[in-house]
Design a protein around this ligand. Structure first.
Ligand SMILES: *Cc1c(COP(=O)(O)O)cnc(C)c1O
Length: 293
């Protein structure tokens, strides 16, 4: 897969100078035109393994606006795999821009009910998909598995080679990216921001993937703005102000909620004085088209 080398840039404003915090943002959103952000790293070793095992078809799951489906469709196209996307919910008369993109990259979309979607990890259901579509390399929802975490650890190594920081902040969905960061960056404090409501279970999810007992991390669960892919005017106003001030686009589902949380924690003086905070721009900008603001 094509990879454009990324790096961090400093965010400068009177607010940050006054707070005495150095805030830098790692622009992983710029790593690839379509396989953007953390999804590139989560797919890297999955696709390598799929190739080595001789698969010619990938199958994965996602919602109608999923960054993961979008990235998987693009990666499959780039590397010459066939792809099947199992989409949660009924087929709509008009394809939204995410699903239209997936189809344009040759992904076969198969719609299932929300009830059926809950079976996405069951052996019997996966077997029924094999009966229907033939053999495939299975990538779970959101792409999170041990291969994905291996990729995120490698990404973390690249970051620590060039950046000096005390805290690393990132958005959390399924927690795979967070687990990779925590595994690799054991001398930093990692702060995850849950993009979903009721994110307390994520603590356990991250823990499942950790290589040893590491405690220098936490997940903030209070910046969900009503739940996964839900927004409030306060968040949309924040996005507009942030983009105007720093000239960096952020997405409504993940990166804006994290960024809002980071600024709130700076305001609350939750970071130690004079510390260096690095935030990960995990991408997701394709999803902006699904929001009108
Ligand atoms: C998928 C995604 C996340 C969440 O990553 P997980 O590994 O599932 O926690 C965060 N940010 C963006 C932009 C994403 O697309």
């Amino acid at each position: 897969m094509i990879y454009q080398q990324t790096s961090a840039q400093r965010l400068k404003s009177p607010f940050l100078s006054k707070a005495g915090i150095s805030l830098r943002i790692w622009r992983e959103d710029l790593n690839h035109p379509f396989i953007s952000g953390n999804k590139w790293w989560k797919l890297k070793y999955n696709l390598e393994t799929a190739g080595k095992e001789g698969h010619n078809q990938l199958l994965t799951f996602g919602g109608a606006y999923s960054n993961h489906l979008y990235a998987t469709a693009a990666a499959a196209h780039e590397l010459g795999f066939k792809s099947i996307g199992i989409v949660r919910g009924e087929k709509q008369p008009d394809l939204n821009s995410t699903l239209a993109f997936c189809e344009s990259k040759g992904m076969h979309l198969h719609y299932i009910s929300r009830e059926q979607y809950r079976e996405k990890n069951s052996e019997a259901y996966i077997q029924s998909l094999r009966d229907q579509f033939g053999e495939f390399y299975l990538i779970p929802e959101g792409g999170t598995n041990s291969m994905a975490i291996k990729g995120c650890e490698e990404w973390a190594r690249q970051i620590e080679e060039v950046e000096d920081f005390d805290y690393l902040c990132l958005p959390v969905g399924t927690s795979g990216t967070m687990a990779g960061m925590v595994n690799q960056l054991s001398d930093k404090t990692i702060v995850g921001f849950s993009a979903l409501k009721g994110g307390d279970f994520l603590q356990v999810e991250v823990q499942k993937w950790l290589k040893h007992d590491i405690r220098n991390w936490q997940i903030r669960t209070e910046y969900h703005f009503g739940g996964y892919a839900k927004v409030k005017n306060e968040l949309l106003d924040f996005i507009i102000d942030f983009e105007r001030e720093y000239q960096i686009p952020i997405d409504p589902v993940y990166t804006s909620k994290m960024m809002y949380g980071v600024f709130d924690l700076i305001q609350q003086k939750a970071f130690k004085p004079d510390s260096k905070v690095l935030v990960l721009h995990t991408g997701g900008l394709q999803g902006r088209a699904g929001f009108n603001f």
